[in-house]
Design a protein around this ligand. Structure first.
Ligand SMILES: C[S@@+](CC[C@H](N)C(=O)[O-])C[C@H]1O[C@@H](n2cnc3c(N)ncnc32)[C@H](O)[C@@H]1O
Length: 212
């Protein structure tokens, strides 16, 4: 992994994958693997995804959204959204990530950026809403099963009075009918060892289900 400034977020430095990182070996099952029956999780944390990049950009450009607040970075991966929130003045940042390698990565990335982030390595989506004011969900609708876990949790957060912002480049499982667009940016997406081409991506407010 190489520590480098992010193209769309030069204020944030992340350890990101490159051709020599050898991350493929993480996909080979080892004896002490405690991952699910589906096998080890892909190293999503080794890349900055467009959904997280756009949300991080938006937060840095609109610090009042997080300033003084308790923030949950849901599906944190590298931690870039939580790092942006901490840099923009959040009072407390919790990063929720279920991949143990991701937890290690986001700890290193937080250190590299000089910010304090609490880590939750349990599946928060299975429980009650956490004690936060705002949930930031960067690129968590990349797979149907993941999106299906996120939705009821995000609904419980809304019901508890917690605001939810989603960053996404328009993935297939994005719940468009529940989203209101707040801003758009072109940001790089995952691709070719992390160096994907810029893609129009949006920041959305997650809305209560309409009664009609
Ligand atoms: C596509 S990546 C996005 C990472 C980061 N937010 C970004 O935009 O670069 C989604 C991340 O969500 C994590 N994830 C999936 N389900 C989760 C859950 N139930 N709780 C916490 N994290 C989860 C995955 O392990 C993965 O690291």
């Amino acid at each position: 992994m190489r520590l480098a400034p992010m193209p769309s977020l030069p204020d944030i430095r992340l350890y990101l994958a490159h051709p020599g990182s050898g991350l493929r070996r993480l996909l080979e099952l080892d004896d002490d693997s405690d991952e699910s029956a589906a096998g080890p999780l892909p190293p999503y944390w080794a890349y900055a995804w467009a959904g997280g990049a756009v949300l991080a950009r938006y937060v840095l450009d609109h610090p009042a959204i997080v300033a003084g607040k308790r923030v949950l970075d849901l599906g944190a991966g590298s931690g870039l959204v939580g790092i942006a929130a901490a840099k923009a003045g959040a009072r407390e940042v919790i990063a929720a990530e279920i991949d143990r390698n991701g937890v290690a990565a986001l700890r290193l990335n937080a250190q590299a950026n000089g910010v304090a982030i609490q880590i939750c390595d349990e599946d928060v989506t299975a429980g009650p809403p956490p004690a936060v004011d705002l949930v930031l969900a960067g690129d968590v609708f990349y797979a149907q099963d993941v999106g299906q876990r996120m939705m009821p949790f995000l609904d419980r957060c809304l019901a508890a009075g917690i605001d939810v912002l989603v960053g996404d480049p328009g993935r297939a499982w994005l719940p468009r009918l529940r989203l209101r667009l707040l801003g758009e940016y072109e940001v790089p997406d995952v691709g070719g060892n992390g160096g994907g081409a810029p893609k129009p991506s949006g920041v959305f407010s997650f809305q209560l289900k309409s009664r009609n």
